[in-house]
Ligand binder design. Structure first.
Ligand code: NDP
Length: 502
């Protein structure tokens, strides 16, 4: 169900002008270039950024390096850093409407969803604060009377954090508080299309008491501002979320100086459905999984793998429910599917659909852009008769497009699920625990949901197998991920053994 955009929807909205945060100061880019961001739903300039190039990235890295090598942050007690993170969480909560609005008008995501993401982010900052107090190493008092072994966890150093446009505030919140909790300093580069909420986070962190230089935020394109953050000698670790292509490039850049790399990349997530599943629950989850965030989601449940005996009936029910999904102005609290991030990206989505239809798939629903009078939107789309070898079954479409494949046996469902390069998440739907556990154990994915979809919690690790990434975010080891391990091997008591005989 599409709703036209009211041209006056953003009337009176004043374009926000942002500077970059380097060494505790709000500064302009050295080359004086600016980037204008238009709301993808309304076509109005909503944000203007200073655009960073290599010299700005280098200044930011130098500030982070100084703050790490000589500043107070890594030397503070964990309890003190934790207190500051908790204050930041409170401030985020206090500004959540403003943050949600920025993410909505820059990315096109529905406002009700953006507010939910802010609640999730606040919880993550609080969770990171709790872990910060518990960061500890190990001791070995079992090495004999003459030896004591202590294993320290030390902050790894300067971290480059590079984030994409689909969940601007949530994704930076999956990285930065844990890096800060460990005692690291950071240079953050959000997507140049959705940098507003991350820059507001910079204001919040300064107000919370994070010292100058600990968090630096630059805005700019990947090649100009992001690439130096992946190659610079003074950066110790990179935490990246985005496409698998740029993830690989990042890893290869990092190899020159052997930086630690954490990558959260794409997904083409299978939902395996058996005939004995609660199909009412599944149909709702299928619609949610495919169209949430307009499908611009690494976790999108974009690949249905359904038992042949139920596929026809269940697809009809999914199509029926899909027709009730409200597509329209992201500022309308009832909207479920907002705008597509850019016209170029919409073209990419349409190409995937066209390619599938040309290859023999059927368009059971949608299949084209929605004309809502302005902005760019895509109608919820269902493709049936998709074969495992088609691009639309193997690649990330990143749009509201559901591909339906079928299976005869449990083994076949798992083999289809594992037949692609991605392995971020999966779900299985069945009332038989044997089916659920067989899929849960054999599907190669970082998260497997059973009879549910895309539920998350700060306590649960998130990340991918194979080309969906490296490492895990969230979970109880999330602060440790930003540390180095150091061994202190101590001799105790008088020396009794000599290398040179005496
Ligand atoms: P990218 O991987 O290009 O962008 C992610 C981040 O990396 C952005 O901040 C981007 O900057 C930055 N970047 C781009 N090039 C470089 C570089 N050479 N060095 C360092 N940083 C760089 O994703 P796109 O935005 O182009 O999206 C393309 C596709 O990627 C999508 O269609 C989707 O399939 C997938 N994707 C997956 C995401 C996920 O959550 N796993 C998130 C986003 C995209 P900037 O954009 O400002 O130039």
């Amino acid at each position: 169900m599409s709703m036209m955009i009211r041209p006056e929807a953003l009337t009176g909205y004043k374009t926000r002008e942002f500077k970059m945060l380097i060494d505790g100061q709000w500064v302009a880019g050295q080359e004086g270039k600016v980037i204008d961001r238009l709301s993808p739903a309304h076509g109005v300039t909503v944000s203007r950024y200073q655009s960073a190039t290599k010299p700005d990235a280098e200044r930011a890295i130098a500030a982070a390096r100084r703050a790490f090598d000589t500043g107070p942050w890594p030397r503070m007690a964990g309890a003190e850093r934790s207190r500051i993170l908790l204050k930041a969480a409170d401030l985020i909560e206090g500004r959540k409407d403003e943050l949600a609005m920025l993410d909505t008008i820059e990315s096109g995501k529905p406002i009700s969803q953006a507010k939910g993401e802010m609640d999730g982010a606040v919880d993550i900052w609080r969770y990171a604060a709790a872990l910060t107090r518990d960061l500890h190493g190990e001791s070995y008092n079992t090495l004999g009377d003459g030896t004591l072994g202590v294993v320290l966890r030390e902050a790894i150093g300067v971290v480059s954090i590079i984030t994409p446009w689909n969940f601007p505030f949530l994704i930076v919140s999956q990285k930065l508080p844990f890096a800060l909790g460990a005692g690291c300093t950071a240079v953050v580069k959000p997507s140049e299309m959705t940098s507003g909420s991350t820059l507001v986070l910079g204001e919040i962190l300064m107000e919370a008491g994070v010292p100058a230089g600990v968090v630096n935020i630059i805005v700019g394109t990947g090649p100009d501002a992001g690439a130096p953050m992946t190659t610079h000698h003074d950066v110790d670790m990179i935490s990246f979320t985005g496409s698998t292509v740029v993830g690989k490039l990042t890893m290869s850049n990092a190899a020159q100086t052997l930086k630690k790399v954490s990558l959260e990349l794409g997904g083409k997530n299978p939902q395996i459905v058996f005939p004995d599943a609660d199909l009412d629950a599944f149909v709702d989850a299928a619609v949610f999984g495919a169209y949430f965030n307009a499908g611009e989601c690494c976790n999108a449940g974009s690949r249905l793998i359904m038992h042949k005996s139920i596929a026809g009936d269940v697809v009809s029910r999914i199509a029926e429910l899909s027709r009730n999904v409200k597509v329209g102005d992201p500022l309308n609290p009832e909207t479920k599917v907002g705008a597509i991030i850019s016209a170029q990206h919409l073209g990419k989505i349409e190409n995937y659909v066209r390619g599938a239809a040309d290859g023999g798939a059927s368009v059971a629903l949608g299949g084209e852009a929605a004309d809502l009078g302005m902005g760019q939107f895509m109608t919820p789309t269902i493709l049936t008769g998709v074969l495992p070898e088609m691009a639309v079954a193997r690649e990330e479409v990143f749009g509201p497009v559901l591909s339906v494949l079928t299976f005869d046996s449990l083994d076949e469902s798992i083999s289809i699920a594992n037949s692609i390069d991605y392995g971020l998440s999966a779900s299985v739907w069945s009332s038989n625990m044997d089916n659920c556990l067989a899929v849960g154990r054999r599907v190669r994915a970082g998260t497997v949901w059973m009879n549910t979809f895309m539920d998350g919690a700060s306590e649960l690790p998130f990340g991918g197998y194979r080309q969906s990434g490296l490492g895990r975010e969230l979970g109880r080891h999330a602060v440790e991920d930003y540390t180095e391990t150091k061994t202190l091997n101590m001799h105790v008591g008088p020396r009794t053994a000599w290398w040179v005989p005496r």
